[in-house]
Write a protein that binds this ligand. Structure first.
Ligand code: SF4
Length: 145
């Protein structure tokens, strides 16, 4: 048999869950999500959408054969895109010079894709990484250092 104060506790708990919390979400949104993004997006923790995950499946086809690296003498090797840069957005800021070098020579990635036996979408991945880096920069206060 429940005691009076236990019943009161369950009513209070249920009232918060069923009434107060939905009203808070309806009127002020989900501030926890916003605060999470404010805190972690500048550090490189970019949300990954379903479309991002589909693109990353292309990166996971990479077998580390390094045939694409024969594409050209760009300062950055094309194989770094799927093997290093696409692995984690946390270190993306350190990939900035290499991504810029690859963006300046799109023919290297194009040739790398032609040489790749696994069909890794190097150009799409590089564009996607540049876009993610821009999101990190915007969250960090706008602009690369
Ligand atoms: S050629 Fe393709 S599979 Fe080989 S390292 Fe380059 S991207 Fe990866």
């Amino acid at each position: 048999m429940l005691e009076k104060r236990e019943i009161l506790g369950w009513v209070t708990f249920g009232g918060r869950a069923l009434v107060v919390h939905p009203l808070q979400v309806a009127f002020r949104g989900r501030p926890g999500v916003d605060r999470f993004r404010e805190n972690f997006l500048p550090e490189g923790l970019v949300p990954t959408s379903a479309a991002d995950r589909r693109l990353l499946r292309g990166a996971s086809r990479c077998t580390s054969c390094h045939l694409c690296d024969a594409a050209g003498a760009s300062p950055a090797l094309p194989s770094l895109v799927p093997l290093v840069f696409a692995r984690s957005s946390l270190d993306l800021v350190h990939a900035r010079p290499a991504l810029a070098a690859l963006a300046a020579r799109p023919e290297v990635l194009e040739e790398g894709e032609r040489l790749c036996p696994s069909g890794v979408p190097l150009r799409l991945l590089a564009d996607w990484l540049v876009d993610r880096l821009a999101k990190v920069d915007a969250a960090a206060g706008g602009g690369a250092p």
